[in-house]
Design a binder for this molecule. Structure first.
Ligand code: SF4
Length: 295
């Protein structure tokens, strides 16, 4: 077995998941990340060990150090390990210009990861889970940034239209929002809003399709081979993170998009037209298309 490569990616969940497109080709890999994402990083192909995000946890040497975070902190960590070093192009200027002047987006993050690692990005699925899909609809209505959230009543409408079981996925912070969706739907929905990922992975094993905003759970579902439909608002699917089979739903008639690289707390235009003006029917069409129908 060859000496492991070290991969550095602290956050966020989606960025850690996307590393799964290259870790298989790079393996064996020691992956350094935040404790919150360790459970997910451990499932990425080629990853033999997950270690904390700290200088003290670094191995002395490595076959290759791939810095996918491209921060001052990660640069310092990379320098601490003996071995050749590569660093992802964060494309910060191009991403700023894209938001400010709607210029062309940079290459996808996955392709920039692959270029940094010197490997070819692998086809999906990256995370092997025992998939036994049934008639279950998975909805992830939360998002860390308010402007990335599609209104609760639309999620509830999707749940009402679906004739099979529905699971609402999210982190512990999304519980209140998921409870609101459940109440508005008038249906008995299953809630999987948790600190870790145990319930989430079990739901991904049986889900027919996952609908999510531009969030880490969208990438996680896609990486596990779940058919996904992603809802994009203040960010655009061409901005660099989306690289999956599946459907995207977004308004292409709004000159204000993308207004942000990550999402924000309030809509700069004031009306949140990108998501408040995105009808349920469009998302329904996308989800039934990727699911191959609906019960
Ligand atoms: S409507 Fe336009 S300005 Fe407002 S959040 Fe959406 S993309 Fe941004």
């Amino acid at each position: 077995v060859s000496e492991p490569a070290v991969v550095l990616r602290r956050s966020s969940l989606g960025d850690v998941v996307l590393a799964g497109g290259i870790t298989g080709a790079l393996g064996p890999v020691i992956f350094h990340t935040r404790a919150a994402w360790a459970e997910v990083a451990a499932r990425l192909p080629g990853v033999v060990e997950v270690r904390p995000w700290s200088l003290a946890a670094l191995p002395e040497r490595a076959r290759l150090v791939v810095d996918l975070q491209a921060s001052l902190e990660s640069a310092r960590m990379a320098r601490r390990v003996r071995g050749p070093r590569r660093r992802v192009d964060p494309a910060r200027l191009r991403r700023h210009l894209r938001v400010a002047f709607k210029t062309a987006p940079p290459p996808t993050l996955l392709s920039r990861y692959a270029a940094a690692a010197g490997v070819v990005a692998q086809p999906h699925p990256w995370i092997g889970i025992p998939r036994t899909p049934g008639p279950t609809l998975l909805l992830a209505p939360g998002a860390a940034w308010a402007t990335k959230r599609w209104p609760e009543d639309r999620w509830a409408d999707l749940a009402r239209r679906w004739g099979g079981p529905v699971v609402l996925l999210g982190g512990a912070d999304d519980r209140e929002r998921c409870e609101t969706v459940q109440r508005l739907s008038g249906r008995d929905l299953e809630l999987a809003c948790e600190q870790g990922f145990g319930q989430t992975f079990r739901a991904l094993e049986r889900g027919a399709v996952l609908v999510a905003g531009d969030t880490g759970l969208l990438h996680l579902g896609a990486a596990c081979g779940v058919p996904v439909a992603g809802i994009f608002g203040p960010t655009h699917s061409t901005d660099g993170h989306w690289c999956h089979p599946g459907a995207t739903v977004e308004r292409d008639d709004l000159p204000c998009r993308p207004c942000s690289r990550f999402g924000g707390t309030t809509c700069p235009a004031g009306d949140h037209a990108c998501l408040a003006g995105l009808p349920v029917e469009r998302v329904w069409q996308a989800l039934t298309a990727v699911a191959g129908g609906a019960p």
